[in-house]
Design a binder for this molecule. Structure first.
Ligand SMILES: [Zn+2]
Length: 340
């Protein structure tokens, strides 16, 4: 079968590999149909070294497909069912796993497509407990945005930031895959959404998605604008994933007692912050990585209700690298996928 493998820094090749073994007890074999691209793929693509990683590595951390074959003892699934795939090899036995806090697994075997072989291949055999059935109304390309983009946003906004209807939120990079999802999910519960974008064309698209206030961070200081628009009160929640470039401005946008939730740092890894401000303003800052399995099911239900992912481009599998370059270029609005 075909797989897309990373051989080294920016060296992706479509290769022939052996098909995975038939599913054992509790496992399923999935025919992969669509893979979502994320910044985690860009880090891998750039050749960052990770202790657990061995090359060549099949890429793809977020995917959906159809059940091709069931192993012994698998219930609730049938051949042909559409499924979204969980992108981390959790143990399924530790306390975090049994309590449904899958992304805090104490014995995780790695992130697919990053530490261990991922989903950009025709077939994958994996534990049935890590696949989530997709509602009929949701397409496989949309479902391929559930494992990371929608799942991460669902976990950030509702498990971590505990966003409530009617609150205000600043969503950074409103044109990104997760930014577009955050705008839609926050608007769906009646929040007031402020968002930052890098150009006016993206600004118009973010407004069309429902963002109430759009700030072009290249032409205006976003923290000044958000404070002006909120009459110096600030917002309840900031959705961060930019990092050093926006971190201190994000804190200035928060209300006293406001919550900042972050899942990324695309502009670098370190920053400094004012600790006096942190405790005097009683900020709550939460780091978020990946999601729980339940967040994937919640995301798919939201898609079935019409909160669909914004799709920028769908490439054929062989053009995965072109998709990553587009993601890196920041010219994107919404999700980039490969479909096969
Ligand atoms: Zn575990």
């Amino acid at each position: 079968m075909q797989a897309l493998q990373l051989f080294g820094d920016r060296d992706l090749r479509l290769t022939e590999v052996e098909a995975p073994p038939p599913p054992g007890p509790g496992e399923v074999r999935v025919r992969v149909r669509a893979v979502g691209l994320n910044f985690i793929d860009v880090w891998g693509f750039r050749g960052m070294a990770f202790a657990k990683r061995r090359l060549p590595l099949t890429v793809g951390a977020e995917a959906a497909g159809e059940i091709a074959e069931l192993g012994e003892g698998v219930e609730g699934l049938e051949a042909g069912d559409k499924v979204a795939l969980y992108g981390a090899m959790t143990c399924g036995r530790c306390r975090a796993c049994t309590e449904g806090r899958d992304n805090l697994c104490e014995d995780v075997g790695g992130v697919m497509g990053f530490h261990i072989d991922g989903f950009a291949r025709e077939f994958v055999t994996m534990p049935a407990r890590l696949v989530v059935k997709v509602p009929d109304a949701v397409s496989l390309t949309d479902a391929a945005c559930a494992g990371i983009a929608f799942g991460t946003v669902q976990h950030m906004l509702f498990d971590n930031a505990k966003l409530e209807p009617g609150e205000s939120i600043l969503v950074h990079a409103g044109g990104s895959g997760i930014g577009t999802a955050a705008i839609r999910m926050a608007k769906a519960i009646g929040c007031t959404v402020y968002t930052t974008v890098g150009d006016d064309e993206k600004g118009a698209k973010a407004a069309a998605l429902g963002a109430d206030h759009v700030v072009n961070y290249r032409t205006e200081r976003f923290e000044g604008e958000v404070r002006r628009l909120t009459k110096r009160k600030g917002v309840d929640v900031v959705f961060e994933h930019v990092g050093p470039d926006t971190w201190n401005g994000s804190l200035l946008c928060l209300k006293r007692g406001g919550r900042l939730v972050t899942c990324g740092s695309t502009s670098g890894v370190s920053t400094t912050m004012n600790l006096m401000q942190l405790f005097q303003q009683q900020y709550r800052i939460t780091g978020s990585f990946g999601c729980r399995l339940a967040n994937i099911a919640e995301s798919l239900d939201k898609m079935a209700d019409g909160i669909r992912p914004v799709v920028d481009t769908v490439y054929p599998l062989a053009d995965f690298a072109q998709g990553l370059e587009r993601l890196e270029s920041r010219k994107v609005f919404g999700k980039i996928l490969v479909s096969f």
